[in-house]
Design a protein around this ligand. Structure first.
Ligand code: ZN
Length: 459
């Protein structure tokens, strides 16, 4: 359960976008947070015991939810030889960097914790209150507590974390495409995933930490892991299934090796379930989209990495038309090269304008819905992504009083399409202020950066 914090009152919110079922938007109202939840929304809410924030120049949204991230990749940004690389060389280059960390003794839980802390801090500063991380970097052999370190970073900073137990289990020797030095046995990953669930997974509404089961993909993991994870998820309330799907490399591999598409692979191995959400989904055969909707499988839309890797854009309008649950994410910093989710929403708003018909272009509200309600649905978190009485007190607020927002006629369109300032003004998680006036409250941002940079340079 969320740790209770003193009550908090946002007084006279300039514009409140609730993202409730009706898309209600209000002006001049107060929002009262107590015991980690939203207790009241209304005019002149009486709460003498609450800490008051003047919200009269703030646009307030539900905290954004990043439905796909690899936090350790903060250490892999802007690598010159990977600036322009297709997926094959890119994966190879990334693996080489990670093995260099491992061989030089730098890849330790402390190192992962320091990098994850930077990624989480960047997320919070950008209004992202929940991050779904997928940590698949586990060199061969017994598991190091890297995911445990990521959880510690999230707890210290006050963000919500879905810690995905990522895997690479199908090495080149087994016919897969993972580097053998980064491959673990399926027995070991299932053992560790079970241990993580037992130790950290909180199935209750308002949970700060949940565990998800997240094989890296069908080209680097075999059917045994997918099936074992599907069974494990079924046995644990709130544990969900997540993987990369249709990111070009897995499509060709799956057809070559199994004679089926990646989606058919998931169907065959117990993943066609509303417990599953998948990332990217760029080159999906269009006729399969309705099948994803029918099965209740969510899609994390990730336009920045999709474009960076040269894949173009995923069929977002087709997903929405078919009734697929669409969340939104950034992926890790090796292919983004950051965690600026709001910036990626702007990119999505522009990148999908290649249709002749403007009615098919995504609106700011559709994209913000994906980054709040859609991501929450992917993660199985109905209490997140909305501002309603009883929902979690996760809020992100942007300043409407800055020069870059002068003349904005619609604050939500303005948030997505205009603006130099993606950093949020105020961010609240479970009723705790974690960002105030654009500054991180729960840690010193520059200290986090300095520590990570020192560890990246090594001894
Ligand atoms: Zn990814």
């Amino acid at each position: 359960m969320a740790v209770p914090h003193p009550p908090l009152l946002l007084r006279r919110v300039a514009h409140l976008a609730t993202f409730d079922d009706d898309g209600t938007e209000l002006s001049g109202v107060d929002v009262l947070c107590r015991n980690g939840s939203i207790e009241a929304i209304g005019v002149d809410v009486d709460a003498p015991d609450a800490t008051v924030i003047d919200a009269s120049e703030l646009l307030v949204l539900p905290g954004l939810i990043n439905a796909h991230q690899h936090l350790y990749q903060v250490g892999l940004r802007a690598i010159p030889e990977l600036e322009r690389a297709l997926i094959g060389p890119w994966l190879g280059g990334l693996g080489a960097r990670c093995l260099d960390w491992w061989d030089s003794g730098r890849l330790t839980p402390t190192f992962v914790e320091a990098l994850a802390a930077c990624g989480l801090a960047e997320s919070l500063l950008g209004g992202v209150t929940t991050v779904a991380d997928q940590h698949y970097l586990h060199p061969a052999g017994p598991t190091q507590p890297f995911i445990e370190a990521t959880i510690a970073a999230a707890r210290a900073l006050g963000g919500r974390l879905h810690a995905g137990r990522g895997t690479l289990t199908l090495g080149r020797k087994q016919g897969g495409s993972a580097d053998p030095r980064l491959v673990q046995s399926s027995t070991e990953v299932v053992r560790h995933a079970t241990e993580l669930i037992d130790e950290f997974h909180d199935p209750e509404p308002g949970a700060m930490v949940r565990i998800d089961l997240a094989p890296c993909g069908v080209h680097v993991d075999g059917a045994d892991v997918f099936e074992a994870f599907a069974e494990l998820a079924e046995d644990h309330d709130g544990v969900r299934l997540h993987t990369h799907l249709y990111e070009a490399v897995d499509t060709a591999f799956c057809v070559d090796r199994y004679g089926i598409t990646p989606w058919q692979f998931l169907q065959r191995h117990g993943w066609a379930s509303d417990r599953t959400w998948v990332a990217h989904v760029v080159d999906i055969p269009l006729h399969e989209i309705a099948q994803l909707a029918e099965a209740g499988v969510g899609v994390a839309h990730l336009p920045a990495p999709d474009l960076r890797m040269g894949w173009g854009t995923a069929p977002l309008r087709e997903f929405l038309d078919a009734g697929v649950t669409v969340g939104f994410g950034t992926t890790g910093s090796a292919s983004n090269d950051g965690a600026n989710l709001l910036g990626d929403l702007r990119l999505a708003a522009l990148a999908h304008r290649h249709h002749d018909d403007p009615a098919r272009w995504p609106t700011a509200r559709e994209l913000l819905w994906a980054a709040t309600r859609g991501s929450a649905a992917c993660l199985g978190r109905p209490e997140l992504g909305r501002i309603e009485v009883g929902a979690a007190a996760d809020l992100a607020a942007w300043d409407l009083g800055t020069v870059d927002r002068v003349g904005v006629h619609d604050p939500l369109i303005g948030l997505v399409l205009s603006g130099l300032s993606d950093r949020a003004h105020t961010v609240v998680v479970a009723g705790q202020v974690v960002v105030s006036d654009g500054h991180l409250v729960t840690a010193d941002e520059r200290d986090l950066a300095r520590r990570a940079n020192e560890l990246l340079l090594g001894p």
